[in-house]
Write a protein that binds this ligand. Structure first.
Ligand code: SF4
Ligand code: SF4
Length: 92
């Protein structure tokens, strides 16, 4: 089964992942649902943190098209495919 993980401290809430995913893996949740989280300062120096965080609610449906990996501002999506290979985000 494919696993989709998100490093939430780096998620800017840009929603690009949700917008490009063909199988609706991602949902944006209000930032205040994660009160113990500290936003990543390195990402914050480059991008604005919005009021939401992305959660992979439907990871097993991922078809590893990799679209989200190139659109993720925080470079914080990590996908582990059926064979155990890890695919990391690289913002284009
Ligand atoms: S790699 Fe998976 S999670 Fe990312 S856009 Fe494609 S189907 Fe969606
Ligand atoms: S594309 Fe990356 S930074 Fe943007 S909302 Fe999705 S997980 Fe967060």
């Amino acid at each position: 089964m494919v696993q989709v993980d998100i490093e939430l401290s780096k998620c800017t809430g840009c929603a690009h992942c949700r917008d490009v995913c063909p199988v609706n893996v991602f949902e944006l949740k209000p930032r205040d649902q994660f009160p113990d989280l500290t936003d990543d300062a390195t990402v914050g120096a480059k991008f604005q943190f919005r009021g939401e965080k992305s959660v992979a609610v439907n990871g097993p449906e991922c078809i590893v098209c990799e679209a989200c990996l190139f659109e993720c501002e925080g470079e914080c999506i990590i996908i582990t495919d059926d064979e155990g290979h890890v695919h990391n985000s690289t913002y284009k």
